[in-house]
Design a binder for this molecule. Structure first.
Ligand SMILES: [Zn+2]
Length: 132
């Protein structure tokens, strides 16, 4: 990493290494969660296949709901994992900690709570309003 990459945020290399480690930890955790969720949804599917005889409508409705829940959980985990991956990329580029919207430094307190945050609160709200 080049020295000028760290000047803007005032972060030392040790701090950046620390951030990278915690982002990577979280990324690994989410990968594990994803694997587990995949296995669970496969178990769900097996149960469903072996258990269709004699189902009434209410039963298959419950199973569809369970499968939807499992799928949305998988999506959520993947989304979050992608955010951490993105944050790691920005860390390598030296843009981590700066808002993607307005380029202002993201408050450290926000990064402590949301290490994968790539926008300040104001820009996040603006984006959400646009998406809504
Ligand atoms: Zn911003």
């Amino acid at each position: 990493m080049l020295v000028h990459d760290t000047v803007g945020t005032g972060r030392s290399q040790a701090e950046i290494d620390q951030i990278r480690l915690s982002l990577q930890d979280r990324y690994a955790e989410l990968s594990e969660e994803y694997e587990q969720a995949v296995q669970q949804s496969q178990v769900l599917r097996l149960v469903e296949v072996g258990d269709t005889a004699g189902d009434d409508q209410a039963d298959s409705g419950t199973k569809t709901a369970e499968r939807d829940t499992a799928q949305s959980l998988l999506r959520t985990i993947l989304d979050r994992r992608a955010q951490y991956e993105h944050a790691l990329t920005r860390l390598d580029e030296g843009t981590y900690g700066f808002c993607e919207g307005c380029s202002a430094p993201i408050p450290v307190e926000r990064l402590e709570i949301f290490p994968s945050a790539t926008t300040c609160v104001t820009c996040k709200q603006t984006r959400e309003r646009r998406a809504a």
